[in-house]
Design a protein around this ligand. Structure first.
Ligand code: C2E
Ligand code: MG
Ligand code: MG
Length: 633
């Protein structure tokens, strides 16, 4: 009695086998063995050839067919090397990988069997490759080094026995089944099923080698989702995971088998970062259009459970060989370009260019020095006075951060504040500014100096922190400064980014009794009407308008309108960047309340401010001109 190899009805899925052989007779012979097709009606020529390939007697073939084996095969046949590589790629994309590939060493087409085997190995680290050789010419070690690892490589010499082929396929497939999962875990991302970082590097390496040999260019697209962290934080990691899977499937679809350019590799590097390798690009603009297509495809709204979510990717593009000679350099530069794309705005793409490295080095240096500055207290505050346009009285001081680094020298805020914002360092720095400015205000106030108001710049990041009002409260209490003496300056763009949130935050801060000013007004294109709903005390007209007052009629009209409308809304106006008497005259004619600028004074260190405040105390009864003269010196 024969014992069935598996329980009745529990037949295993057929073994997927790839046959790559340029000889049609050889392919037919494989088919006969694996599918049991009856070839008895074929010509004598065929039989001859087949016998040359397979040393199998007729009765053995019959025995094979009658064995009643439960093992079924699902072979796919390719006549040349390129087709074989494409078949493996498609099988992987369809999640129907081959277990075993028989590859004839000599094959027609641009690349031979050996190169095809190497490419197949890179695509699919789990596949069992059998190299079929017709002679003794090939030494195993040669192939082993090209198609590693050696333990997943076998040899079959023609002519071979039909039972040998069957048996080899069965035992390699069972080895493959056992290892497949482990290999997938090592080379593929568990969540999305895409190749992981490790595998992406291998594929990039081989794509670069192929590009070098063919003299073609290759592109790496580095994708990072712009608002993934927010989705993860607000909707939970479950939804975050679904989102990543959705992005992966959209990428697969957008770069599918029949899209152009063909042969793209997609991988997940980790977190919300993906890369796409375009192995052969025709023109340098092609990766840019692919990036645009990916951005458009990914940013379509997604339904994730009960949520409708929109995410945009930022894409950095690096080309080989122009932008990097090795895998590390190319990935690093694509990443850098992605970072610049992010800075340009969400959902944009950016090509790498070498100047980015200089900028990045500067930025990283700046970041490291800023961190050190926080530890060593290398910051200082200078204070720029604000004056009443009509009376010439000192109305306030704006605290402006100064940083002199021992290696870099003085670094202007316009250079380091953006870096502080990107790195989150603006939070501790901002806290230091607020505490120092309030402490200083308290000391001048205690000295009986005519101190009116201390304005402190608040970055967008501080302003949107739910804990910010509590921090302000704590610092006011610590310093003993009356809340009405403190004014917080927020830029117009921060308010307009999320009006509801701004409204809430402004309400909470106003409830503390502090004053609020909108800084750099006029640069964010918001209408005064929209701004009037916010409970702010002051608008600061951006210095770009004041600078152009005398060469641009439009800017005159805008400045005049801002002043007039603010008056009707009972919001005070401070003109920033006043440098000439002509500008001051214009402001006076239009009844602007306050002015600040180099005409009166630059931002001064505390000792000079103290002297200025003392002069202000002495100039109390003077006329406007006398007063200004006394103050400015
Ligand atoms: P801002 O708040 O609009 O500050 C006014 C800027 O204009 C200051 O530059 C000031 O020195 C400059 N300025 C004043 N009068 C004139 C003038 O008549 N002509 C010209 N050309 N410039 C004038 P600064 O100190 O370089 O600060 C630049 C920006 O950096 C500030 O613009 C503010 O946005 C930011 N910043 C400065 N300190 C801080 C801070 O402590 N925290 C935060 N978050 N940002 C700060
Ligand atoms: Mg300011
Ligand atoms: Mg300003």
């Amino acid at each position: 009695m024969s014992v069935p190899s598996s329980p009745a009805g529990a037949k295993r899925a057929p073994i997927r086998v790839l046959i790559a052989d340029g000889d049609p007779v050889a392919r037919a012979a494989y088919r006969e063995v694996l599918l049991g097709t009856d070839m008895s009606g074929d010509t004598a020529v065929f039989h001859n050839l087949r016998d040359r390939l397979f040393s199998m007697a007729a009765q053995e073939r019959e025995g094979l067919a009658a064995s009643g084996s439960t093992t079924a095969f699902e072979p796919a046949f390719c006549g040349d090397a390129e087709d074989a590589v494409a078949a493996v790629r498609e099988a992987l994309a369809a999640s129907r990988p081959f277990a075993v590939a028989y590859i004839a060493l000599c094959m027609p087409g641009e690349s031979d069997g050996l190169r095809a085997a190497a490419q197949i190995r890179e695509l699919d680290p789990a596949i069992e490759i059998v190299v079929c050789v017709a002679s003794q010419a090939v030494v195993a070690a040669d192939v082993g080094s090209l198609v590693p690892p050696e333990e997943k490589l076998s040899y079959l010499r023609k002519p071979f026995h039909a039972a040998e082929l069957r048996q080899m396929t069965i035992s390699l497939a069972s080895k493959w089944r056992a290892e497949h999962r482990i290999v997938r875990l090592a080379y593929f991302d568990v969540l999305t099923g895409l190749p992981n970082r490790e595998q992406a590097r291998t594929r990039l390496q081989s794509a670069m080698t192929a590009a070098r040999q063919s003299g073609r260019a290759l592109a790496v697209l580095y994708l990072d989702l712009d608002n993934f962290k927010r989705v993860n934080d607000t909707l939970g990691h479950g939804v975050g995971d679904q989102l990543l899977c959705k992005v992966a499937s959209r990428l697969r679809h957008l770069l599918g088998a029949d899209s152009s350019p063909p042969g793209a590799h997609i991988a997940r590097l980790g977190g919300d970062e993906f890369i796409v390798i375009l192995p052969a690009v025709g023109t340098s603009s092609e990766p840019g259009s692919v990036a645009a297509r990916l951005i458009a495809g990914i940013q379509r709204p997604m339904r994730l459970g009960d949520h409708r979510v929109v995410v945009t990717p930022s894409v950095g593009i690096a080309l080989y060989p122009a932008d990097g000679a090795d895998v590390d350099a190319l990935l690093r530069n694509a990443d850098l370009a992605m970072y610049f794309a992010k800075r340009k705005g969400p959902g944009t793409a950016h090509y790498f260019d070498p100047s980015m490295n200089t900028v990045a080095v500067q930025r990283f240096t700046l970041e490291a020095r800023l961190r050190a500055a926080l530890r060593t207290q290398a910051f200082a505050l200078h204070y720029q006075p604000q004056f009443d346009v009509a009376s010439g009285a000192l109305t306030g001081l704006e605290a402006l951060l100064r940083w002199t680094d021992e290696e870099l020298g003085p670094v202007p805020p316009a250079e380091f504040i953006p870096v502080a914002e990107e790195t989150g360092l603006v939070q501790p720095i901002g806290e230091w500014v607020l505490r120092t400015a309030c402490g200083q205000a308290r000391r001048w106030h205690d000295e009986g100096l005519p101190f009116v108001r201390m304005a402190v710049n608040v970055s967008g990041q501080q302003f949107v922190m739910p804990e910010f009002p509590a921090l302000v409260t704590r610092i006011l209490e610590e310093s003993g400064v009356p809340p009405s003496m403190l004014e917080l300056e927020i830029t117009e763009s921060v308010v307009m980014q999320d009006e509801e949130r701004a409204d809430r935050a402004i309400g909470e801060l106003k409830a503390l009794g502090v004053q609020l000013a909108i800084d750099d007004f006029g640069t964010g294109y918001s209408s005064l009407g929209r701004l009037s709903r916010f409970a702010v005390d002051r608008l600061k007209i951006d210095q770009s308008f004041i600078r152009r007052l005398h060469d641009c009629a439009d800017d005159q009209a805008i400045a005049a309108a801002i002043i007039a409308m603010s008056r009707s809304l009972r919001i005070d106006v401070v003109a920033e960047g006043v440098e000439s008497f002509q500008q001051l005259l214009f402001l006076q004619q239009h009844d602007c309340q306050s002015a600040q600028g180099f005409l009166f004074s630059r931002a001064l260190p505390p000792s000079e401010v103290r002297a200025l405040l003392q002069r202000a105390a002495g100039a109390d009864g003077d006329s406007r001109t006398q007063r200004l003269r006394a103050l400015i010196g």
